[in-house]
Design a protein around this ligand. Structure first.
Ligand code: ADP
Ligand code: MG
Length: 749
């Protein structure tokens, strides 16, 4: 029989750490026919019976290979070594000493106490083992031990009950640091059992893992990562070492290096997928080339009653260079409400018209579509550029006319909601599509605008900034433009985080502003009145909910109390469209002085005379949402004032979020903070469906890693070798397995 090297090793010399973690390696003989392979199903692993196999399967682990990639959730760190006279009760520690005395007291059959005294130069400790008489036989007087556990003080005597004990040979003087993996478990599966199984599989099979990263790439990656300060040496460990190092690291350094290697690989696979898609798009998709000239530039800028800001100029240059290429631009323009995005979009649309192509602008709501339409009309008064509005309220005849004019090219710029995609709109020559306030513009939607094999360029505007790390994950930040700060001539906004005793002062201030002629918003969370009256709710829930402002009760209270002298209106999402419309118009015209509302005002209301905002129940809102709300009172020349109230008990995390909201007005910075505090969920809803499946990468922590991966991925796909060489085959197939469907990469191998 051939004995493979791995077998040989584990059969004869279980490594020291096998004993250290208290695992007795099962010695088993493996004949060639039933040798373990990566594909071996878990139920056929030695020591794993059908019932444990079922539990492993519950964790998504079906094969030996999947065990290797079932990475620890966390680690148990070794207890620090401590001198005996410095030991503190309840603080886990370890020490090395010599057995001085062993005393086994048997009370009755099965009931015993084994008392062991261990000494060193700093004192003596007592180890207690209940009902483990074999301890007395295992240990011998004079033996050197490493003891670790949770100490207790009994008078002056330090005691350990059932400590972890490792016998040391004479030469082995230093305590062996030991980092134990902690795995996610499922019912009926014990940590020690799982460790045992993983240990066995790692020892047997980790060497058989295929290396996916070519050597040359690993070297380049290591150098780049080191230069970026992510790792501290010029080498990334191979896959086998990394897997070993992640499950059973001999020290923190090994653990860090192993983890870095796997995180890098995860980032790299994602970035390769993105780079491939980008490359495909740029070679397979065609778009009109829109060129600029000094004259076109001057003529467009002439349409604006103000000079563009430096930020706007910069973003316009980014757009100009994108649309001058023969494949579609795909750019996200982010910036706070009022930062001047629309002006940039108008520039891009006019550039398109100057090149004799049409442009379309899609708004999230009818109201905003109309607003955009009016803005465009005013910029383009006295020009030959024609603007059309496709709105739900058009008569059939008008609608047909607009559709006809778009198709025949008589309309240069068409504005509408996304519904215009479904209305059979055809363009004669569409060059640019601007989407306002929509994070995702699906592939299917794009297809509708493709005509005759040509794609329009895309510009997506968003007032909810995406943190850089996420942007990089979604499309590589080269396609992200950011407008920071507001154009000149705006009043600034003051934000106050209210505390006890502030209510009166604040409402007095609100009245003062109303008396000066300003208008005010009061925002409260919507509460489901059906749920609050349901009998299913217990008393605790009831009292909790009573503290939460509901927009209707807030309205009643204010209208009949503090603000009874003012004209006050109510707006929430449950009102029908006409009612809502009327309230908004009344607030717009000044008929209403105060608007009590849910967050429906987030999008769509633009009343520059409204300068005061009170946000109630603010702990319920995310940072991005709060910031959007705040944007409503920074629309005019007057300074805005926002005061934030919480109700009920405020969780420390909520408080921290509100502190951040108070302290910064930069939307991008807030997005980063929100991301740090609440994770990526907020940006994509609960399901996070927009984000790629990353298992060990932390988008916030590993930003630098992702950046390096992106650079190397881009370089790699530029080289034909990537698509052809055998060296890259494994990596290619991994990219395809992970992201092929998602990113529509087609066949790559
Ligand atoms: P956004 O679309 O980002 O909300 P807009 O483009 O609508 O922002 O601009 C907000 C307001 O600022 C508009 O009233 C616009 O006329 C004005 N504005 C935009 N750019 C400038 C500028 N460079 N100088 C002065 N005012 C500007
Ligand atoms: Mg806007």
């Amino acid at each position: 029989m051939l004995v493979s090297e791995t077998l040989f090793r584990s059969q004869t010399t279980p490594s020291a750490s096998d004993y250290r973690i208290g695992i007795k390696v099962r010695l088993f003989r493996v004949s060639e026919s039933n040798a373990l392979r990566l594909a071996t199903l878990v139920q056929y692993l030695p020591g794993v019976g059908p019932s444990r196999a079922k539990r492993l399967q519950k964790l998504g682990v079906n094969t030996a290979q999947q065990i290797l990639f079932f990475l620890p959730r966390s680690y148990e760190l070794p207890a620090p070594v401590c001198a005996i006279d410095k030991i503190q009760e309840g603080v886990p520690c370890s020490l090395i000493g010599e057995v001085e005395d062993i005393d086994l007291i048997t009370r009755s059959p099965g009931k015993s106490i084994c008392n062991v005294i261990v000494i060193n130069e700093s004192g003596a400790v007592r180890l207690l083992f209940f009902n483990q008489p074999y301890r007395a036989e295992q240990l011998t007087i004079g033996q050197r031990l490493q003891v670790s556990g949770n100490p207790r003080l009994n008078g002056l005597q330090v005691e350990f009950t059932h400590p972890k004990v490792v016998t040391l040979s004479d030469e082995e003087d230093l305590p062996v640091p030991e980092i134990l993996p902690v795995y996610s478990l499922t019912e009926g599966l014990k940590q020690t059992d799982l460790r045992k199984t993983v240990r066995m599989v790692v020892d047997e099979l980790s060497d058989q893992l295929k290396e996916v990263m070519p050597q040359s790439l690993r070297i380049r990656a290591a150098q780049a990562l080191r230069a970026a300060g992510v790792i501290d040496r010029d080498q990334l460990p191979g896959i086998s070492d990394s897997i070993r190092g992640l499950h059973f690291p001999s020290d923190q350094r090994i653990l860090d290096q192993s983890r870095a290697r796997l995180i890098f690989q995860e980032c790299l696979v994602l970035q390769l997928a993105l780079a491939i898609r980008q490359k495909r798009l740029s070679t397979e998709r065609k778009s009109p080339v829109l060129t600029s000239s000094a004259m076109i530039d001057a003529r467009i800028k002439n349409r604006f009653p103000f000079p563009l800001t430096i930020d706007q100029e910069r973003v316009i240059e980014e757009i100009q260079s994108d649309v001058a290429r023969p494949f579609p631009m795909n750019r996200l323009l982010q910036g706070d409400v009022g930062s001047g995005k629309t002006v940039v979009a108008v520039y891009a649309m006019l550039l398109c018209v100057a090149n004799r192509y049409q442009a379309v602008l899609m708004a999230p709501t009818e109201v905003l579509a109309r607003q955009h339409y009016l803005t465009l009309k005013s910029y383009l008064a006295e020009t030959k550029v024609t603007v059309g509005l496709l709105s739900g309220s058009l008569s059939n005849a008008d609608r047909r006319q607009v559709l006809h004019d778009a198709e025949t090219g008589q309309i240069d710029l068409l504005v509408g909601t996304q519904a215009l995609l479904h209305g059979g709109v055809r363009f004669s020559q569409l060059g640019l599509c601007v989407v306002d306030e929509q994070h995702k513009f699906g592939v299917a939607q794009r297809e509708m605008l493709r005509r005759g094999g040509a794609d329009p360029h895309y510009l997506v505007m968003s007032a909810t900034p995406i943190p850089r790390s996420i942007a990089m994950t979604l499309f590589g930040d080269a396609e992200l433009s950011t407008l920071r700060g507001a154009p000149p001539g705006r009043g600034s906004v003051h934000t106050y985080l209210s505390h006890q005793g502030w209510k009166d002062r604040w409402w007095n201030f609100v009245c003062e502003k109303l008396n000066e002629g300003r208008q005010a918003y009061v925002v409260a969370p919507m509460i489901d009145s059906v749920a609050s009256s349901s009998d299913a709710m217990d008393e605790a829930e009831m009292s909790k909910n009573e503290d939460i402002s509901s927009v209707e009760s807030v309205y009643e209270d204010l209208a009949n109390g503090l603000l009874s002298d003012y004209r006050i209106g109510l707006l929430h999402g449950r009102m029908d469209q006409q009612q809502k419309q009327r309230v908004m118009e009344d607030f717009h015209s000044g008929k209403l002085q105060v608007l009590v509302s849910t967050t429906v005002i987030e999008v769509g209301i633009d009343v520059s005379n409204a300068t005061v905002m009170t946000i109630l129940g603010a702990q319920k809102f995310g940072l991005a949402q709060l910031h959007q709300l705040r944007g409503r009172v920074s629309r005019g020349v007057h300074d805005g004032h926002v005061c934030v109230f919480t109700d009920g008990e405020t969780h420390p995390d909520d408080h921290e979020r509100l502190k951040v909201f108070e302290s910064t007005h930069d939307g991008v910075e807030l997005a980063e903070a929100d991301f740090r505090l609440r994770g990526p969920g907020d940006f994509f809803g609960k399901s996070q469906s927009g984000l790629p499946p990353l298992r060990i990468t932390d988008l916030h922590r590993d930003q630098e890693m992702m950046r390096v991966a992106r650079r190397l991925a881009k370089e790699s796909v530029e080289d034909e070798e990537f698509f052809e060489s055998e060296d890259w085959a494994e990596l290619r197939s991994q990219v395809l397995r992970r992201y092929g469907d998602r990113l529509d990469l087609g066949d790559l191998t």
